[in-house]
Design a protein around this ligand. Structure first.
Ligand code: GLY
Length: 349
């Protein structure tokens, strides 16, 4: 898989002008959702948007499905996209996932560039080459590994992002800190999420992206070490589905942050993850995300959800755990009793 070019800028229109000048393409297309079309496209600059055909799709993960993808293919087709056309995906993870998959499949693959507009997309969805759509209510069931030619990261977009969505993206950054180095993890633990400084955040974002890129470069298709990126997600996905089912959905990053509490506890018990770092990370998470509300009557449901996580094999529940910061232990099988103990810990902490 080719490595993505990652461009960090505070001058988006200038950076894009330079980037596009280096590329060869015949027609330019921009994919945005109805919110990013209105709030984010102005940052790209008139020079660029006036030369492109804009494809707008409805916002939200509920629309990340085949009908929306078909609309994008139709627009590309009817406006003369060729194998040499370029698609700019401007939006959150829904737009970069669906737009990346449209690019992967249209005429067997056209070039695309991701311009993520949410923190979650900057540090996760837009980087690493996973693209796809939901199908039969299963998330990302149909997709392809298809890296964008470049990812352009501009923290200016975050000025208009609400606080819960900023915190949601930051949870993936905490995860990247935990799987990288003590220095990176410590700089995240010092970052004040209550009064976010976007200039300081931009350099933390770049460090976070480089952590993810380093792991993806070793294992693009998730056969081994890319599973490190699942830290916090086995419990996190179960909590996310549980909250959605009971009609009180939570943002992905909140579920991941709570998942990290449980999975760091397992890391401590099973792999010797240091107690001081466990305490410090949990304190940061509690202060930023609160704690999840569930009781022991929901343990069976959460257990079943973890069991059916598509990343498991057979009847084992496999976690990514840590022996310390950056000391990654993949495919750790954990039994039902220990999982219930983990749930006790998350509830009581
Ligand atoms: N979001 C995890 C990954 O890209 O592998």
């Amino acid at each position: 898989m080719t490595k993505q070019r990652i461009i960090s800028t505070s001058q988006l229109s200038t950076a894009l002008e330079q980037l596009l000048a280096d590329l060869h393409f015949d027609r330019l297309f921009i994919l945005a959702d109805e919110h990013t079309a209105c709030h984010c496209l102005p940052l790209l600059g008139d020079g660029l948007t006036s030369h492109a055909h804009l494809i707008t799709i409805p916002a939200g993960d509920d629309h990340k499905h085949l009908a929306t993808l078909t609309h994008v293919w139709d627009e590309l087709c009817t406006h003369g996209a060729t194998r040499h056309s370029l698609l700019l995906n401007v939006g959150g993870g829904m737009v970069t996932d669906l737009g990346g998959f449209a690019a992967a499949t249209y005429k067997r693959g056209i070039s695309c560039i991701n311009i993520p507009t949410t923190l979650l997309a900057m540090v996760d969805a837009a980087v690493g080459g996973k693209t796809g759509i939901n199908h039969h209510s299963l998330k990302n069931e149909i997709g392809a590994f298809y890296p964008a030619q470049a990812v352009v990261v501009c923290a200016q977009f975050l000025r208009t992002l609400d606080m819960p969505n900023l915190c949601s993206g930051f949870a993936e950054m905490i995860k990247h800190g935990l799987i990288s180095t003590e220095e990176h993890w410590a700089s995240l633990m010092r970052y004040d999420m209550h009064t976010p400084d976007l200039d300081a955040l931009q350099s933390l974002i770049m460090e976070s992206i480089h952590t993810k890129e380093g792991i993806v470069a070793q294992d693009p298709t998730e056969q081994h070490i890319r599973k490190a990126l699942n830290l916090g997600h086995t419990l996190g996905h179960a909590l996310e589905t549980h909250y959605m089912r009971r009609g009180t959905p939570c943002l992905h990053g909140y579920a991941v942050a709570w998942g990290l509490i449980g999975e760091l506890y397992l890391s401590h018990v099973r792999e010797g993850f240091p107690a001081d770092k466990l305490r410090q990370t949990i304190a940061y998470i509690k202060d930023t995300y609160g704690t999840p509300a569930f009781d022991c009557k929901q343990y069976d449901e959460l257990y079943e959800l973890m069991l059916h996580d598509k990343k498991n094999l057979g009847t084992d529940i496999r976690f990514t755990l840590l022996g310390g910061i950056g000391d990654i232990r993949i495919d750790r099988t954990i039994g039902r009793d220990e999982i219930f103990e983990m749930l006790d810990f998350v509830r009581e902490c």
